[in-house]
Design a binder for this molecule. Structure first.
Ligand code: ASP
Length: 591
């Protein structure tokens, strides 16, 4: 068989095929006139070879290579392009520092791992697109140059030249456009879309990131969850994992009570409520508030901790609202043997498990005030209780991270049911009190619908806007998050479709009628023209691919990411611009 191939040289004297699937070693051989040219080849040269493909001799067959049974006996070798000596080689086993990788991203992307990650990203996005299209969703584009949509971050602004002094905002999400698409009669919308948020960056945040954004008319939350479970099943299948649906569901309050966080990692044991294990006088002796939660954190298989190790745990505990920690369970066993035995039994602790108790200090105010006992049953977690649970929740995660080698719970088992613990968290509070600003903020975003039964509280609450204890504190949102292994993959809600309710929410958030009209007038107006009930969700594509690729950072799955300082090192952006351009935009830079 005659063959012709284009290659990129990966090591001197060895050539690799280009255009074949990533992560596959490739090989060829030379003979005849090609041999002399081979001497000129250097790393990363691009060449073309013509020759004859023949079976290898039995003793040179390499079963570990896709092309291991054949070789190309080259007649002609042409150098299509040379390469400067690269700062690092795609085949290097030791990774060069990330700055160099990002500056020379086009070389970094040639590495097998990056080819694998980007291919995985493509497959996952395609699986999602195919799934949603088959379910009757239309992929509809929405503008990038638009007005600000509040998602809790700062906007990236684009100055207008035509109308100096005015700015477009890059969308933090297509939220209002997708709602307007529902008003426009497109009942099922989706988009794999870039969003822009100017916020402090972490390993799992980027200033521009990609969401799988969707919206539907007339759904109950369960319908949205079903769609999400469907496309996640397709996405995980594309990456080789069969996940199980439906995902378990948990109320926000329950998540807080059991895990101290609204995105619980179900791979680790939940808290055990050990309040009743102690006799009242025990709690008194321990200076613990009997009206606040007393919880045991259990981390399996940590083994006996030395004194120094126990001391090193203490800084992992960040006390909120008077929470205190008892990290020395041995001492509890010694001083309160009965209580300790009950705790062991109730938490199911086995020999070698680490047990740590978190409780409220006796000095903190009681949670059993009149106001709190008057709270409706679904608002079981009071702000004081939340402080204790949240302190314990962070400690639980800190301990699990610290001892991950010992308990091994985070290691992949190959069983998707164990490796991927999904969860829907539902019934979030509608509002969060901002102590600094002394006002209520939307816990999700201001277009989220309150629970129908909580509407009267909304009425009552807007009369007492400056009161953190007002009825607004117990309004529940029809909002939901999808969580995987303690990471929030996405959040969504059933939306407000009535203009009067929307106005009331803006008012609860401290916006005057004029402010609301100035910012969202177009939307309030659109709501008046026959808006169907609607709801949706958005999930972070980058994060999903990061988890599927087993990558440590979003930068490993985004082709051209930014650094933690929001810089693109390859193109060197952002940069200053010339005086003329600034003048045209009517912008002056203050030194
Ligand atoms: N726009 C929301 C977000 O970006 C998602 C949603 O509510 O659909 O978080």
């Amino acid at each position: 068989m005659r063959g012709a191939s284009r290659f990129r040289c990966r090591q001197k004297g060895r050539i690799d095929g280009v255009g074949e699937p990533a992560a596959r070693p490739r090989q060829s051989a030379f003979c005849g006139s090609a041999r002399s040219q081979r001497r000129d080849l250097r790393n990363e040269y691009v060449i073309a070879v013509t020759g004859t493909v023949k079976l290898r001799d039995a003793n040179t067959v390499n079963p570990n290579m896709p092309t291991g049974e054949v070789e190309l006996v080259a007649d002609e070798l042409r150098i299509l392009n040379e390469s400067k000596l690269p700062p690092f080689l795609p085949s290097d086993t030791a990774l060069t520092n990330e700055e160099t990788r990002l500056k020379f991203r086009y070389i970094d992307l040639r590495r097998d791992v990056m080819q694998f990650n980007i291919e995985m990203r493509h497959k996952v996005a395609k699986a999602i697109r195919d799934y949603l299209s088959a379910q009757g969703f239309f992929e509809i584009e929405t503008p990038f140059m638009t007005r600000s949509t509040p998602e809790g971050a700062r906007d990236y602004l684009v100055p207008s030249r035509v109308q100096p002094g005015t700015f477009y905002a890059l969308p933090q999400s297509p939220q209002l456009f997708k709602q307007i698409l529902m008003i426009s009669g497109f009942d099922k919308y989706f988009q794999i879309v870039r969003c822009f948020r100017d916020e402090d960056l972490r390993a799992d945040r980027q200033p521009e990131f990609t969401q799988i954004d969707l919206e539907m008319s007339y759904p109950q939350p369960e319908r949205v969850w079903e769609v999400v479970e469907g496309f996640l099943t397709a996405a995980f299948r594309a990456a080789g994992s069969e996940i199980k649906t439906p995902f378990p569901r948990m109320d926000y309050d329950e998540a807080i009570r059991l895990y101290g966080i609204d995105k619980p990692d179900l791979r680790l044991p939940a808290f055990t409520d050990v309040q009743e294990c102690f006799a009242p006088e025990n709690l008194q002796q321990l200076a613990v508030n009997p009206n606040l939660p007393v919880v045991a954190i259990r981390i399996p298989k940590v083994g006996e901790l030395s004194r120094a190790e126990r001391d090193s745990i203490k800084p992992l505990f960040v006390s909120k609202g008077g929470a205190k920690v008892f990290e020395d369970f041995k001492r509890i066993e010694k001083n309160f043997p009965e209580a300790a035995a009950k705790i062991v039994a109730k938490s199911g602790a086995e020999a070698g498990d680490l047990v740590v108790i978190v409780a409220g200090s006796a000095q903190t105010g009681s949670a059993q005030t009149e106001e709190h006992s008057a709270l409706p049953p679904h608002r079981k977690v009071t702000p004081q209780e939340l402080a204790i649970y949240a302190s314990a929740g962070l400690l639980r995660l800190g301990l699990a991270q610290r001892y991950s080698e010992r308990h091994g719970i985070f290691k992949k088992t190959g069983d998707p049911e164990k490796d991927f613990r999904f969860l829907w968290v539902t019934n979030f509070p509608m509002f969060e009190w901002d102590e600094g600003e002394k006002q209520w903020n939307a816990a999700h975003h201001p277009f989220t619908s309150p629970h129908e039964e909580d509407m009267p509280k909304l009425e009552a609450g807007v009369e007492l806007l400056n009161d953190p204890q007002s009825a607004l504190s117990s309004v529940r949102a029809l909002a939901y998050d999808v969580v995987l292994n303690g990471t929030e993959l996405g959040s969504g809600s059933i939306r407000i479709h009535r203009q009067d309710v929307q106005r009331r929410i803006f008012r609860a958030l401290g916006m005057t009628e004029e402010e609301a009209r100035a910012r969202f007038g177009f939307f309030l107006e659109a709501l008046e023209y026959g808006t169907p009930p609607h709801g949706g969700i958005a999930l972070g594509l980058d994060r999903i691919v990061m988890i599927l690729a087993g990558a440590e950072s979003l930068r490993e799955v985004i082709p051209f990411p930014k650094t933690a300082r929001a810089v693109d090192l390859m193109v060197d952006a952002p940069t200053p611009v010339g005086e003329k351009q600034l003048r045209e935009l009517g912008i002056q830079i203050k030194k």
